[in-house]
Write a protein that binds this ligand. Structure first.
Ligand SMILES: [Zn+2]
Length: 259
């Protein structure tokens, strides 16, 4: 099938996605600092957290400005944490990789969206044990729309995957609320919408990795491990990223063995 996007090669659209991903990553650095602190993500303008100086447009260029300034504020010389370029690079790479793998298509766009949204979800949940609804819920709605557009004949599949996976997580949360947060339930809506059937291996990987870490903590710290709160969102996000690329082959491997 030819589309208007065929006027340019795939690497071009992947580069565009990479640049948009970098810009989204830049927003994510602001989001992951301010949202958990109940600060507005638009006001005031980005500023140095030690000298409060408002950053100039050139200092807001993702990654490059950090490299050019050797990771220091131009005003006060204070170190700018490497998390800023790391979040930007991860977001850009996931967006470009999604388009390269799934094409300049609705599916590729949905995969890129999932990638760039999971980056701040991981960072914020690790640091604050919170899942940012402010990006997860709109992303779930947009991801669902993109996946329906990708395959309108089977429009119900992403819907069933989103509601089924989130329903499963809701039951677990309802039965054992200490095990995860309600944010994890909402995050699963996004995962199901974009991953479709691959949300099953994503959850399998997340619970497997979570149980493994729980066991390691229990062995190393004994009964004290019960008091160590480990956020589950990063496990869900990591499981989703693995399943985004390898979910279909994992499902194939499993069904082959069932005969
Ligand atoms: Zn400064």
């Amino acid at each position: 099938m030819t589309t208007p996007l065929d006027i340019a090669p795939l690497w071009f659209w992947a580069s565009v996605a990479g640049l948009v991903g970098l810009a989204f990553g830049s927003f994510s650095t602001v989001l992951s600092w301010r949202w958990p602190r109940n600060e507005s993500v638009v006001h005031p303008r980005s500023h140095c957290s030690s000298c409060e100086r408002t950053l100039t447009p050139l200092e807001l260029v993702p990654v490059l400005s950090w490299v050019a300034l050797r990771g220091r504020c131009r005003g006060c010389g204070e170190r700018v944490h490497w998390r800023y370029p790391a979040i930007e690079v991860a977001s850009g790479a996931l967006a470009a990789g999604a388009i390269l793998s799934f094409g300049a298509t609705w599916k590729g766009l949905a995969a890129a969206l999932l990638g760039v949204v999971l980056v701040p979800v991981i960072v914020i949940d690790l640091e604050h044990r919170l899942i940012p609804d402010i990006v997860v819920l709109p992303a779930a709605a947009v991801g669902l729309a993109l996946m329906v557009a990708a395959d309108p004949g089977d429009w119900w599949k992403p819907l069933v995957a989103a509601l089924g996976a989130a329903g499963f997580m809701f039951v677990l949360w309802f039965l054992y609320p200490a095990g995860m947060g309600f944010g994890d339930v909402k995050l699963t809506l996004l995962l199901g919408a974009v991953l479709g059937a691959s949300v099953v291996p994503a959850l399998f990987l997340a619970f497997g990795a979570g149980a493994l870490l729980g066991t390691i903590l229990l062995v190393r710290h004994g009964a004290g491990a019960r008091k160590m709160a480990v956020p589950f969102g990063p496990f869900l996000a990591a499981g989703a990223l693995v399943a985004l690329w390898w979910g279909p082959s994992m499902i194939g491997w499993y069904t082959d063995r069932l005969g």
